[in-house]
Structure formats: C-alpha cells, structure tokens
Design a protein around this ligand. Sequence first.
Ligand SMILES: C[S@@+](CC[C@H](N)C(=O)[O-])C[C@H]1O[C@@H](n2cnc3c(N)ncnc32)[C@H](O)[C@@H]1O
Length: 270
Amino acid sequence: MSLVLSEAVPLRGSKLRVASRREVFVIDKGFKPKKQIISLWGLGKRKTHVMTTQTLGIEQNLYDYLLSVSLREPEILTQLRQETAQHPVGRMQIAPEQGQFLALLVQLLRAKKTLEVGVFTGYSSLVVALALPSDGKVVACDVSEEFTTIARRYWQQAGVADKIQLHIAPALETLDRLLATGEAETFDFAFIDADKSNYDAYYERSLQLVRSGGLIAIDNVLWSGRVADPQVQDNRTKRIRAFNQKLHQDQRVSLSLVAIADGLTLALKK
Ligand SMILES: C[S@@+](CC[C@H](N)C(=O)[O-])C[C@H]1O[C@@H](n2cnc3c(N)ncnc32)[C@H](O)[C@@H]1O
C-alpha cells in the first residue's frame, strides 16, 4: 500500500491501525469517519439499500450458466466475496461478472493509474489492482475504517497492497485535493460506486481527472429497476434518473449504459 502523507492527522482514539510500515491512511482534518458511517449506513437505513450482487432481469438458471461458462474469478476474490456475503450490508458489493468486466476494461485501456470512489470490502479495487501492470496504481476513496479494514486484509493477501493508495475521507475532498495537486488528466480509468447523492459531483471531478480517451464507469445506474418505475419518487432514485438523463446529453463523452449487475454506465472522455 502506498504512502499518502498530505494533510494526514494523527489517528488518536481511532480503531484504525497501521498494519505495516508501508501503510498509511489519509484522514482529513476534522473528519470523523466513524460518525459518518453511522449516519450513512445505520441500521434504520439498511433496508433502503437495494443494490444487487448479480445481473438484474435474468433468470437464475441463465445467470448460473453465464457464470459457469465465463467467470474466471481468482480464489482470493471468491474468498472476499464469500466473506462479504456474510456482512450485514454485503449487497453493496459489485457482482463477480461485473468485476471481471471491469478488469477487462482496465486491460483494454492499458490503464496504469485508476481511481475508485467507494471501496467497501474491496472487491472492485482488488479486481482492478490485479488487472493492472506491476507499476499500476489505484487511488481508492472511502469514508469507512470498518469496511476498508476488510479490504486492506485482502489487498495484502493478494500481494497488491502496494498498488493501492487508500484515502479515508469524504471522496469529494479527496478528488478536489487530487485536482488541486496537479493530477488532472492523469488517470486512465475511474470507477464511481459510492453515495448516490454525490454521483454528479464525482462524475464531474472524475471527468477532469481522467485523460482524453480515459474511461469513467458508474455503478447502480439502473438502481434495481426503480429508475424505470414512476411510482418510485424518493430522492436517491430521482437523483439517479437526473444523472442518467444528464449523461445521455453529455457530448463530452461517448456513452454506453451496460445492463450488467445493477447497471453500469461507461463514459469515454473525448
Ligand atoms: C456500494 S459500496 C462500494 C462497493 C465496492 N465498490 C465493491 O466492489 O464492493 C459504497 C461505499 O461508498 C462509501 N461511501 C459512502 N459515502 C461516501 C463518501 N461521501 N465518500 C467516500 N466514500 C463513501 C461507503 O463507505 C461504501 O464503502
């Protein structure tokens, strides 16, 4: 895992521990990750998270067949997926066929430097890190010490921890810092999979951070089908609809909405 020292503050009173001398976590000034997680993922809200860990709208036997003839999941990812499935909010993890698709995109792009907004227990960051060359790098953003402790354990086990730079802070702050420190147009690939209320802001910043010809992948754009149900009018669903409509018109990118897992928009920067 890489070192990130800028604006770090001591982790006094935090459960977060430095697992090796190569491992440092960035905590923004005044930011208390534990509190944020409670408000974001508190028990009362769990039921409203309707993400899916497999492709929507496809019958189970066909889905099983799809996996049986295509999934090439390394053992370490299978283990992570099994452990995450036991987690109370394990449904937030991406689907395995989607992970393999992300890996293929990263290889297709010959990506070296990638961004991830929303790490959770680390499946997508691990799948991307494994697909990168040995000098590749993932800049990973999350607010949760608890979730990313699991991620870090798997990154270490898989031998890719050196490739992953974890920023524990609200992702908007991390992305703004990357822009302020001259990293615009330096990323080949970005994967957006965090809080839906900030999707547009993550997209706009990612668009500045990726190079021309770089790709932004945005998860959960079909939102378990709720985006297409006029009866559903909650704020998150409305925001995802507005985001999808905006991207449809956005001439700065070439676009495809892929009906894999919970819907994955691909935006290729022109
Ligand atoms: C859907 S999960 C990510 C799943 C992950 N990509 C995977 O493959 O398993 C969303 C993650 O976003 C994080 N998150 C929520 N709000 C955030 C914020 N404002 N900044 C950064 N991360 C945030 C959560 O802690 C959670 O780990």
